[in-house]
Design a protein around this ligand. Structure first.
Ligand SMILES: Cc1cc2nc3c(=O)[nH]c(=O)nc-3n(C[C@H](O)[C@H](O)[C@H](O)COP(=O)(O)OP(=O)(O)OC[C@H]3O[C@@H](n4cnc5c(N)ncnc54)[C@H](O)[C@@H]3O)c2cc1C
Length: 388
């Protein structure tokens, strides 16, 4: 039977980053199992690629404070580009409640060491982006080191580096079951796959929106639900600057960023319900364009090709934070799940945290107990409200 020191189930950006961090820390016998014939067919290839440190909870801010400098030095570390573009995130508030929320978040972000965030007033936003309808914008917050990466290139770079240094990637291979022997007879797992069984002491669930089905294989009920998100790219459009940051209209949640010669439009439809819905709903275009033209009147003139729009899945947890670390009930089985829309931006921190927890048993990057599985049973959930 094939053996591995660590088996990672899922070869998206999270599995790839964990593989990179494990191998970089000296653990060479790492096996990544991916059911698709190519990487990136899960959420990673569907992502908007936004990276930001403007969060409301300390642990999310801390994960970004590791991840964003990592992205800034990605090519030096790994030898391949991630296409990090620090064009910023600009949150635009249209009422005093949202402004107070941004102020409170700003204070936390600065207290935790974020240097590049600042509060901006409505006049500044209006003069910088006269294309925005600014009559109701009362202020905002901007962080210049927030921005975008190319999720696909990042994932491939992590995995290529890991493979070049000893890790193995099995594509076109599904995990179909997991058996664990009793601790007194070794505590090893037998991971059943469509390519045969693998014996290992450590299994990491990196299966994205499908994580609950993997957890079920070891008898764990994991609170991770798939939720559809849709993105609409515009055709080439030059009536808004391509140097713009990700701009978020807090009155509706509509947000957009430059992409290629056009823009990528996003909006979280509050009527969306959980489920494995991967199809793009054409009626979404009219809904999102209504919000787009309301905030950016020149978007009335934008051309959309519905065939280029797409849908993917967020992997939601009840408190919008990931579940990281070892299962309390199944020693040796680790979670790296439930990123709730932040798995690309937090993949560097996740890789480091999981590698630390697996190889050393602790991490200095965050207080890992905050994100462990037990927080749900123990009533210690910590809600992130800055979810786009
Ligand atoms: C429209 C959209 C926009 C987004 N925008 C952003 C953003 O701006 N910034 C950000 O940080 N995040 C964003 N996200 C979220 C981000 O894409 C995800 O959090 C991230 O990609 C999760 O990575 P992953 O590796 O955990 O999951 P995935 O990329 O889904 O990888 C999981 C892999 O597991 C494999 N798998 C599942 N079951 C099995 C099995 N039984 N055997 C073997 N393999 C299996 C799947 O095939 C898949 O490849 C967005 C997501 C969507 C859908």
């Amino acid at each position: 039977m094939q053996t591995a020191d660590v088996v990672l189930i899922g070869g998206g950006i999270v599995g790839s980053s964990i593989a990179y961090h494990l191998v970089a820390a000296g653990c060479k016998n790492v096996l990544v199992i991916e059911r698709e014939t190519a990487q990136g067919k899960g959420s990673t290839g569907k992502s908007m690629g936004g990276v930001r440190a403007q969060f409301s909870t300390p642990v999310n801010i801390q994960m970004s404070l590791y991840s964003i400098p990592f992205y800034a030095s990605f090519e030096e570390r790994i030898g391949y580009p991630c296409d990090y573009r620090p064009q910023g995130y600009l949150f635009c508030a249209t009422n005093d409640t949202h402004l107070a929320y941004l102020r409170a978040n700003y204070k936390k972000q600065v207290a935790f060491g974020l240097k590049d965030v600042r509060l901006v007033n409505g006049a500044e936003i209006r003069s910088q982006f006269p294309q925005l309808r600014g009559d109701d914008i009362v202020g905002g917050s901007f962080c210049s080191t927030d921005g975008f990466v190319d999720p696909y290139s990042t994932m491939i770079a992590f995995m290529t580096w890991a493979s070049d240094h000893g890790a193995i990637l099995w594509k076109n291979t599904s995990v179909t079951g997991i058996q664990r022997s009793a601790i007194d007879s070794g505590g090893t797992f037998e991971v059943a796959t469509t390519r045969g069984a693998v014996s290992t002491r450590i299994v990491v669930n990196c299966a994205g929106a499908w994580a609950a089905s993997i957890a079920k294989m070891v008898g764990v009920d994991l609170p991770v639900e798939p939720l559809r998100r849709m993105l609409v790219p515009t055709e080439p459009f030059d009536q808004f600057p391509h140097t713009a940051p990700m701009i978020i209209d807090m009155s509706t949640g509509f947000h957009f960023r430059p992409e290629g010669r056009g823009f990528l439009l996003a909006w979280n439809d509050p009527e969306e319900t959980p489920g494995y819905k991967m199809d793009f709903d054409p009626s979404f275009i009219e809904k999102i364009l209504t919000h787009a033209a309301d905030r950016v009147p020149v978007f009335e003139n934008v051309a959309i090709n519905p065939k280029r729009a797409w849908a993917g899945l967020y992997e939601m947890t009840p408190d919008h934070h990931p579940i990281l670390g070892e299962s309390p009930d199944v020693p040796g089985f680790f979670f790296a799940n439930g990123f709730s829309g932040h798995g690309v931006m937090h993949s560097p921190a996740t890789g480091k945290i999981l590698s630390d927890l697996i190889l050393v048993g602790r991490t200095d990057l965050i207080d890992a107990s905050l994100l462990n599985f037990s927080r749900f049973a123990e009533g210690r959930t910590i809600h992130e409200t800055a979810v786009l």
